[in-house]
Design a protein around this ligand. Structure first.
Ligand code: GCU
Length: 637
């Protein structure tokens, strides 16, 4: 039933032999290799699935750990036998009671309970540092008189996930930060249904990100799970935006028996806009029409969103869309044709809490983004280093914050491993296809702090090419490092990364004065040798401070005073760089990182936040807020 999609073709051949996550550890018969892999090429996209009817499957699930992956492969690597098959559609306790020839070394239906979404790291004390495989199960009643199609959709599950429904294999997915879905229409039965999933958070040399990062690896189902309902033929993806020529453009793809030659109609509520058309033989529709004069463009100051509908046969696709353009002109970033300065900060996907579980509810998202918008007078947020929840990007749309969105190609990735490249390409495509309708998202980033090499350059150029193909309407960047002149009297940095030529925006992470012995007083006299015709974003700079630790005289590191002075001097330095068009210092909130173990100040937290993990503002918070208030008042260059 599946028909080709115009944005689908380019990944296929590369993905065929890919995704080596579990295979590295397990034999070919393992569950992680035999189930069909969900990719943008093989699986439903269900763009703006959160706006579709369906059953929210969040809430209480049963769970059980499987540290030696017995449910994935037997002790000689063979397929697991019945006694280990966690997904079996039987009542284990009853079966064991009835037949002593049977044996099951698990019983998910009678195991511990936990609320999903949320990482298992916060589920119970002994799980705090667990990295590996966990099985989850829940039951749900299938809607009676079922018509149309039913999709099991996950907002995200970290890292590799296998899915079973009513004891039947459904599929698997790799990547911890992007959505995936399966058509389970044929597997549903009247009355009680059960879903069993295995989630493995372990990172390997082949995964994206690799094992060593500077953030906590929150294993588990970290975003919503939903049974999405559609008609037999439905709009699987639609992309609606404003073009630089002032036209509203739409690209849509229908899936189902009536996808071809189907009349379609795009409407924008509140505007005299009614665009009709017909899909082609592949179920694709592409059209543009002049935007009505009354259209209000989306800006951070006026984040106007419109209810957009696309009617196709029995199906109506919905989304809330802001219309704006983003471009680069020389060293300027133009929002709706006007130069804009990005007053931002970086942020991890971690709610304000003493014991976070990576649960981003609308309230949690709003609390974080309000610190930027209202607290810091910011208009920009770098969502690092992986795609954050769609709750976050929708909230940025509503609150009026520009967004940098990134895939976790971070530090040391296996550049020459074709399956790692395939994983990264799919993750990037899943991210772009999910958030192409988000007005807030203006920059796609393909990497962070990656060492220059031919293999790395080729890897990242492939990703850049994918962005340009999937979404030529936004800017592309990556957080790069610079070369430091070892003898110069003042800090002298040069952009020598060849990848800068391929990017729209030169973005640099700099930690002079924190990871270097530079005196803070010397920072303003720094020299930056950078391309003159490209906008610069300082995508990271920062210093740790333990909230409440003060050393007014000594300016000791980890004190609030040191962090505040670090900001003053670095901002003074930044303001002297002529091509500077934005900053996103590291970082809004202290966040969990296993790399940070200083007992006096860190205890597993990176303390570069301007607020503590519980939201306590540090002195540097007001240093940046004053700088942004001044910037907001200034006419952009
Ligand atoms: C790096 C990196 C971050 C890290 C930060 C730090 O630049 O991109 O992920 O947390 O520096 O050292 O605090």
């Amino acid at each position: 039933m599946r028909v080709a999609r115009f944005d689908r073709a380019f990944l296929g051949p590369l993905l065929a032999g890919a995704f080596a996550f579990a295979t590295q550890a397990l034999a070919a018969e393992s569950v992680f290799t035999t189930l069909p892999l969900a990719t943008v090429d093989t699986a439903p996209l269900l763009v703006s699935a959160d706006m579709r009817d369906g059953v929210d499957l969040s809430g209480e699930w049963n769970w059980s750990i499987d540290p030696y992956r017995s449910g994935i492969a037997g002790f000689h690597g063979e397929a697991p036998n019945r006694t280990e098959q966690r997904w079996l559609d039987i009542d284990v306790r009853k079966t064991l009671a009835q037949d002593n020839r049977e044996l099951f070394e698990f019983d998910l239906d009678h195991d511990r309970k936990v609320k999903l979404p949320g990482s298992w790291l916060a589920a119970s004390p002994e799980m705090r540092h667990y990295q590996g495989l966990v099985w989850y199960r829940r039951h749900f009643d299938s809607p009676a008189g079922r018509k149309g199609r039913y999709f099991l959709r996950f907002g995200a599950s970290n890292y590799a996930t296998v899915v079973f429904v009513n004891g039947q294999p459904v599929g698997r997915h790799e990547g911890g930060f992007t959505p995936f879905a399966f058509d389970v229409t044929r597997l549903l039965r009247n009355g009680d249904n059960q879903i069993t999933i295995g989630v493995d958070s372990a990172a390997t040399a082949a995964t994206v990100p690799p094992p060593v990062t500077d953030w906590e690896n929150y294993g588990g189902v970290t975003r919503d799970v939903k049974l999405v309902h559609t008609s037999d033929t439905y709009v699987d993806s639609a992309w609606v935006r404003l073009t630089p020529e002032g036209k509203i453009a739409v690209d849509a793809h229908l899936d189902g028996p009536a996808a071809a030659n189907q009349p379609v109609q795009l409407k924008v509520a509140g505007l005299p806009f009614d665009l009709k058309g017909r899909t082609d033989a592949q179920g694709n529709w592409r059209a543009t029409a002049t935007a009505p004069r009354a259209l209000m463009r989306w800006t951070p100051e006026n984040p106007k969103l419109y209810d957009v509908t696309l009617a196709a046969g029995d199906d109506t696709w919905r989304d809330r869309v802001g219309f704006r353009t983003i471009e680069r002109k020389g060293a300027d970033i133009l929002l709706n044709g006007k130069p804009v300065f990005l007053r931002g900060i970086s942020m991890h996907e971690e709610e304000i809490a003493a014991n976070p579980a990576r649960v981003i509810t609308p309230d949690n998202a709003r609390a974080l983004l309000a610190e930027i918008k209202n607290g810091l007078h910011g208009n920009f947020v770098r969502l690092s280093h992986y795609p954050h929840s769609e709750v976050m990007t929708r909230t940025a749309d509503e609150m009026g914050l520009l967004v940098w969105s990134e895939v976790p190609v971070y530090w040391m990735v296996a550049w020459s491993n074709p399956s790692t490249l395939a994983t990264a390409r799919n993750m990037l495509a899943e991210n772009i296809l999910r958030d192409r309708n988000r007005a807030s998202v203006v920059i796609w980033s393909v990497a962070n702090e990656t060492p220059v090499s031919d293999a790395r350059n080729a890897f990242l150029r492939t990703l850049i090419g994918d962005v340009r193909r999937l979404d030529p309407s936004r800017l592309v960047s990556a957080a790069l490092l610079v070369e430091r002149d070892k003898v110069a009297a003042v800090p002298t940095m040069t952009m020598a990364d060849p990848l800068a030529d391929d990017l729209d925006i030169v973005s640099i992470n700099t930690y002079n004065g924190w990871y270097t012995p530079d005196r803070l007083a010397d920072l303003p006299s720094s020299v930056w040798n950078l391309p003159a015709d490209k906008p610069l974003i300082f995508s990271e700079f920062g210093a740790d401070a333990k909230a409440g630790f003060h050393s007014p005289d000594g300016m000791q590191k980890f004190s609030e005073e040191f962090q505040a002075e670090f900001y003053r001097k670095t901002l003074e330095m930044a303001d002297r760089v002529p091509t500077l068009r934005g900053i996103s210092p590291w970082i809004l909130k202290d966040f969990r990182s296993p790399r940070r173990q200083n007992p006096d100040f860190q205890m597993g937290w990176n303390r570069k936040g301007l607020i503590s993990e519980t939201g306590q503002r540090k002195q540097a918070f007001s240093v940046l807020a004053e700088y942004f208030a001044r910037k907001a008042g200034e006419p952009s260059k």
